[in-house]
Write a protein that binds this ligand. Sequence first.
Ligand code: ASP
Length: 340
Amino acid sequence: MPTRKEKRLPDHRPRVMILATGGTIAGSAASAAQSSYAPGQVGVDAMIEALPGMRSLARVRGEQVASVGSQDMTFAIMRRLAGRINTLLASDEINGVVVTHGTDTMEETAYFLNLTVHSKAPVVLTGAMRPFTAISADGPLNLYNAVAVAADPEAAGRGTLAVMNDRIHSAHSLTKSNTTAVETFISPINGLIGTVNYGRNEYFRHPFRRHTHQSEFSIDGVTDLPRVDILYACADMPADLIDCSVERGAKGIVVAGDGNGNMNAATIERAAQAAKKGVVIVRGSRVATGTVGRNVEIDDDHLGFIAADELNPPKARILLMLALLKNRTRRQIQKLFYTY
Ligand code: ASP
């Protein structure tokens, strides 16, 4: 038995909380070289145990918030995540948060948190394209790098971030571009926030749009978000899709338009009717990159439409859902698309 108390050195490592939601990063397959697998099988504690090297970066703890493939992500889970992150970061006990998430809808949750978390502290999403059990799984290094960014005071004030494959993306910009490749996420319009190489972070810029601590959106006390549908434009698009959405109670419709937010004449007519009844019509694009501008080939001023500017349709949908929580004019909603 020790006769005198050992002196403990103070632990100055940053404190990072990992909130796990499932996805391929927690996926498991019967063998290391097969394409079929089940997402969301490995618990957060097992992921932390598998990466003892993370302890040199931060004091890491984990909580399991959900265990879903992100194709099954819901606004109920997103709200729970935002609420938990706001509580954790308000307490000063946590310096940064990592959210492990499937890659399919990572950009949507990232953008939702970018608008509903009210803190400067780093919030970093990460995931994987290969299951935890695969040859050359990408999840462990992505998680390690995400913890390095979440623990870094330099990452603060840059909004919600996503770390995948050595790249640091902003929630506003990132989008999934390949169904299977490890290098799937791109930030096509504004470029990367930075890079991270085995825990060494480098930053190029701050986000150009408002986010997190500057956001005017709040989901405190919100239990339901208004229905907003996305309709995908194509040659000879059936115009009555607009009517179906309106009949089903959509308060807003984002059209993933052809090119610069276009749709055929019949759809424009139905959309204009819906807009007259008070449904908010946002013109986005099905094209992977580029902005959608006002009054280019479609007279938005006359028809009462909104242009999505830089947001892709899934993110335009999230901004519109949050915007519709309050009474806002079309002009005010358009301004939100230029601001966030
Ligand atoms: N379907 C999976 C998911 O989004 C794909 C992945 O995580 O890469 O959860």
